[in-house]
Design a protein around this ligand. Sequence first.
Ligand code: PLP
Length: 361
Amino acid sequence: VYNFSAGPAVLPESVLREVQEEMMCLPGAGASLLEISHRDKLFIEILQDAESTLRSLLGISDDYSVMFMQGGATLQFSAVAANLLRGTGKKAEYLLTGSWGKKAIEEAKKEGNVGVLFDAAKTNYDRLPTASDYSCPDDAAYLYYCSNETIQGVQFASEPECPDSVPLVSDASSDFLCRPLPIDRYGLVYACAQKNAGPAGVTVVVMRKDLIDIADENIPGYLHYKNHHENESEWNTPPTFAIYVLGKVARWLRDDIGGLANMEDINRQKSESLYKIIDESNGFYRGHAQTDCRSLMNVTFNLPSEELTTKFVAEAGSHRLAALKGHRSVGGIRASIYNAMPREGVEALGNFMTDFASRNG
Ligand code: PLP
């Protein structure tokens, strides 16, 4: 089955095979990785290797801390604001471009003063702001955005305009590692792993070290980035299995794919082939995102009716094309084509879409 799920999602086949091979007995351990302590030298090496592979993939300098946390991307909605907003007397500014940004704002409001500089609600979150749509004050606690809104399928092509004095914060959960990322433009980037980076259970946080000390000492210990940074992601038991698989995915990207620029080329080819079918369908398929905001990862589109949408999902299922139903808040179809979705899977979906339109258009 080709699995178009928005997450947890496909993993590279070679990674799954390696994990299967090592599941009963991790080389050198005499036990499964699932059975060894997070303080065991073998696991520490796995964690350090995952971090250094990520650092080399993304070009992350020593000015940044890389932390592996639990709680999903959702905990980061609170953690970001608890660390960088609570007690500062400042206002945090948000660009609201979809469902995940909205949830992040709800949580941040519990921590302090929040402003929304841009809200795409009027056009049902089909577009992104340009520099002329907003202006971020120089003294904001941070400017927050979601680089790829998974539900709507809108993705920033590059970083939004942000004053040098303001830390830029990104929820990169659904496009992390899909292309090179200029980390030095950011104060903080976080991503849950279960789309592009590994299994559910681990969230990667990349944070500029000089921001780590801003937080009030009284915030809950788990939320406090300083605890994770100072203890090298071992403040408590980290999600050992998820970190182990994430390290293998990062290695696959570096060694098999040849790095993030290559991955971006592949992702562009895959997504463009589907958008082309949408654009050439004479209005049978209507993309949700405006053309210049389209996501490389989540291709969202509608069909002429609810009945045809149901039929599309059912027929696709019998062609072994799974999990294509759009999110309930947007409807239609969503094809999530993360890094590990093979070209053949996208090609099979494209052929099905063309055939379905010709039979039902
Ligand atoms: N942010 C984005 C962009 C997402 O796509 C998701 C999950 O789909 C989340 C946040 C929430 O992630 P989690 O379920 O790990 O809390």
